[in-house]
Design a protein around this ligand. Structure first.
Ligand SMILES: [Zn+2]
Length: 134
């Protein structure tokens, strides 16, 4: 007797991050981090170290591949490398998926804020429910 095989139905695709309320909290904290490194230096100050930890936590929360760092990138970020530096070439050709994720998190944060004042309970329920990115 032949077996009837049905494909498994997945509610969320593994390659599409699901934005959770914890991801929005981590993102808000990450955006508050400020670099106070000396000119010409990077990743030395407390703000950079906190941002790195929050980025890692955000990547875990969104189940991003571990090699994807940074998880998010401000689309308005300015190239940190001076003219003639080899890093400028990397900067121009880098992966932009972190910028797309930044914009998606911005949109989800705005939607959560907009829903909160009118119906706090329903907004909380909406942000607690994981949802896939568009
Ligand atoms: Zn810094």
């Amino acid at each position: 007797m032949p077996a009837i095989r049905k494909p498994l139905v997945h509610l969320a695709r593994a390659d599409v991050p699901v934005i959770t309320s914890r991801a929005l909290t981590l993102f808000a904290e990450l955006k508050r981090c400020r670099c106070t490194c000396r000119p010409g230096k990077r990743f030395e100050c407390r703000g950079c170290k906190e941002r790195e930890q929050l980025d890692e936590a955000l990547g875990l929360e969104l189940r991003l591949p571990p090699w994807r760092f940074p998880s998010v990138e401000d689309p308005n970020a300015i190239c940190p490398y001076p003219l003639g530096h080899a890093g400028r070439e990397w900067w121009a050709a880098r992966d932009r998926s972190g910028q797309e994720l930044w914009l998606a998190l911005e949109q989800a944060s705005a939607e959560a804020r907009a829903a909160k004042p009118s119906a706090e309970n329903s907004a909380k329920a909406a942000t607690d429910t994981p949802r896939p990115l568009q």
